[in-house]
Design a protein around this ligand. Structure first.
Ligand code: V47
Length: 360
């Protein structure tokens, strides 16, 4: 068995990590060493830049046909905490951002039993009619697989229909953990790993950029995390279509896995650094401040992250309902710039496709 120091030396030379070496490094290397390695890789990709954007989320519904055990957001139809926005509600909300400077709307929600592909294509068209210059990053692969399957179209045809309506990119949600046995335990009725990967592959072949996530810190092992990252790396080798990877820490309030608690901040930082090191072909690693909280996000910037997501404007409920510190997540551009410069990096505003926006 190799020593972590030998593996670290190989990584410093640019060698790709195998599953076996990744496990040794993840398990044995001291935190400071993972920080040093991940920063070296981050610097090679994005220098001293850390990206952010001006965005808001649109979560049209939390009614969902699936019942994932880690989810605090989903409520059954008829529950006092369930919502289902009408198209007029959606338009009213989007109108509120005219002239605000936002460059992205991130649309995700529950997999509603009645809303179909044509309904969501119409929603995208209405959003674009109000905010024509804003990028629509929409629907997890799980939502997409559901709506496209029900339409009778192929994945390619379904995605093309949404692209024609104005969809510009796909967010990374719904990946959870790819290992089929763990997936069966935490989200038994949800769309499969194969479906998630097929949607992203097809999107990439159509020229769409997408993100990827991994839900960690529940019942999975380090081997499962490494397997997840290696499956993403393999798809990225084939398509080059992923823009960013976002590790998502399991937050335990208000869902049926609550009893297992949450992992430590050291686990968060190791996971970020190892994601940067294993995903040597993915340009951006995002520390999603809404999920980590602001303090962990600051630290994350010394562990390979080069993106902190966006201003959000208190428009997402997924993490507040799961117990995250940020109960009304909102950050100003000045706050984001200050956070990045406190760590010693340079904040750079980007659009959804990582084109830099010069607002200085
Ligand atoms: O798919 C749900 C996760 C995801 C919990 O692509 C939970 O730029 C932790 O994917 N604890 C949705 N995580 C969020 C997401 C995302 C967020 C920000 C940026 C991007 C992007 C994508 O949230 C879900 C699921 O994996 N999630 N419940 C929970 N209790």
């Amino acid at each position: 068995m190799r020593h972590w120091k030998d593996i670290a030396a190989a990584v410093r030379q640019g060698c790709r990590l195998s599953a076996e070496d990744a496990l040794i490094l993840w398990h044995d290397a001291p935190l400071w060493s993972l920080s040093e390695l991940a920063l070296q890789r981050k610097r090679a990709v994005s220098g001293d830049k850390v990206y952010f954007n001006r965005n808001f989320h649109l979560e049209p519904t939390n009614i969902c046909v699936f019942n994932c055990k880690f989810c605090s957001y989903r409520k059954p139809k008829g529950s006092a905490e369930a919502w289902d926005m009408s198209m007029e509600d959606v338009e009213r909300m989007v109108q509120g951002y005219v002239g605000s400077g936002v460059t992205e709307v991130h649309i995700v929600g529950g997999v509603h039993p009645e809303h179909d592909l044509y309904y969501y294509a119409d929603m995208i068209r209405r959003v674009k009619a109000i905010l024509p210059d804003v990028s629509v990053k929409a629907f997890t692969a799980i939502e997409l697989a559901w709506m496209i399957n029900r339409s009778g179209l192929s994945i390619r045809e379904g995605l093309q229909l949404l692209i024609d309506a104005g969809m510009d990119a796909i967010p990374g949600g719904g990946a959870e953990i790819f290992d089929e046995q763990i997936r069966k335990q935490i989200c038994p009725d949800k769309g499969s790993t194969a479906e998630w990967l097929a949607i992203h592959r097809e999107a990439h072949l159509l020229g769409l950029k997408t993100n990827a996530t991994m839900l960690y810190g529940h019942i999975e092992s380090l081997e499962h995390r490494i397997d997840h990252l290696l499956r993403l790396r393999a798809l990225q080798d084939a398509t080059q279509g992923f823009n960013a990877f976002i590790p998502l820490k399991y937050r335990n309030f208000g869902n049926s896995l609550s009893a297992i608690g949450e992992v430590s901040i050291v686990d968060d930082l190791r996971t970020l650094a190892m994601s940067r090191l294993i995903l040597d072909n993915l340009p951006h690693i995002k520390a999603y401040w809404v999920m980590y909280g602001k303090q962990t996000t600051e630290l994350a910037l010394s562990f390979g992250a080069d993106d902190i997501d966006g201003t959000i404007d208190d428009t997402t409920k997924i993490y507040s309902m799961a117990g995250a510190e940020e109960q009304r997540p909102r950050m100003s551009v000045a706050d984001m710039r200050a956070m990045v410069s406190r760590v010693g990096f340079r904040a750079v505003e980007r659009d959804t496709l990582y084109n830099e926006i010069d607002n200085d």
